[in-house]
Each structure stands twice: as structure tokens, then as C-alpha cells.
Design a protein around this ligand. Structure first.
Ligand code: ZN
Length: 54
């Protein structure tokens, strides 16, 4: 995982850095308890992959 991902500034799934206008959602925690984020709402890898259904 990159420093950007560990700081919540990049998606933990695709590694894309978040920019103004991008959407992200909390997606778990790192080993040391930091909150991690992933693309959401049709942006980034969220737009490329089918939504996960529970
Ligand atoms: Zn992503």
C-alpha cells in the first residue's frame, strides 16, 4: 500500500489518487487503525466493476 492510500488520499482498490470531484467511501482500516477509502458512486474503479451486493 502506498503512503497516499494509507493517508486516505487514494483508493485502496485501484490506487488512484482522489482529486476534487472524485467520490470515495470508507472501506475498512489499515493494520494500525487508520481509515482507508475506495472509489465510490460510479467514479474510478467503482465505475469499472459491478457493485457488490451483500
Ligand atoms: Zn478505485
Amino acid at each position: 500500500m502506498t503512503p497516499l492510500q494509507l493517508e486516505g488520499h487514494a483508493c485502496i482498490r485501484c490506487g488512484r489518487a482522489f482529486i476534487p470531484g472524485s467520490t470515495s467511501a470508507p472501506d475498512g482500516y489499515s493494520d494500525d487503525g487508520r481509515q482507508l477509502f475506495a472509489c465510490s458512486a460510479g467514479w474510478g474503479c467503482s465505475a469499472e466493476l459491478p457493485e457488490e451486493k451483500p
